[in-house]
Design a protein. Structure first.
Length: 214
């Protein structure tokens, strides 16, 4: 990313206190959207690049992480379900649940997990965290069917039907997903009083990343 582009995300709006320095957000690419933007995601777009790529507003990403953390902190951790079918979301979701104490569903989501009590893998959550509304559509629709709140990471090309709370972000990138889940984890633990307001997790965001095979 050019210095000019970085500058555009740091000027024109009054400074607010972010969860981390804006350069860290930029380096992880959390603001990089797609070449498609649904009408549902337009309010979270900062600008459109010359090549047609939609860029998300980092301040709104940061704000929504704070809101989502405050919301999720109200629930008993063991009744939170976090879902990721896609590979790059699986380690972040697993680490998130490891710290929070919630139930992770990674890889293929088995039909009936939230809706069929006769299944041995049935789970009855109070709230669901979805990594990608498209890839995790089975979990999303089951959560909607039983009427429980849904928090979802959503990119510019996502629809947000049935979603109660959107965290706008690049939900496809390896580093982006790691940082978003790391921040959400840290903020929930701060909200619960498990971490001090200025304390960090024991591990850096890089430990939430899927490791690439060489």
């Amino acid at each position: 990313m050019s210095e000019q582009e970085k500058g555009k995300q740091t000027q024109e709006k009054p400074a607010i206190e972010l969860l981390i320095p804006i350069d860290k957000y930029l380096a992880a690419g959390v603001h990089i959207g797609t070449h498609i933007c649904t009408k549902f995601m337009e309010p979270f777009v900062y600008r459109v690049r010359n090549d047609g790529l939609y860029i998300l507003d980092i301040r709104k990403i940061d704000e929504r992480i704070k809101i989502a953390a405050k919301f999720l902190a109200r629930y008993e951790s063991s009744k939170i379900a976090a879902v990721s079918v896609r590979r790059y979301g699986q380690v972040p979701v697993s680490k998130f649940c490891q710290y929070i104490g919630c139930k992770s569903f990674i890889g293929r989501f088995m039909p009936g997990t939230f809706t069929n009590p006769s299944l041995k893998w049935y789970f009855e959550p109070d709230v669901v965290v979805i990594t990608d509304p498209r890839a995790d559509s089975q979990a999303l629709h089951e959560a909607a069917e039983i009427g429980i709140p849904i928090v979802a990471l959503a990119d510019t090309d996502n629809r947000i039907d049935y979603i109660d709370l959107v965290i706008p972000c690049n939900n496809k990138g390896r580093k982006s997903l790691a940082l978003i889940y790391w921040l959400l984890t840290r903020q929930i633990l701060r909200e619960k009083g498990i971490l001090a307001p200025d304390a960090d997790l024991a591990e850096p965001p890089s430990e939430f990343e899927v490791k690439l095979r060489r």
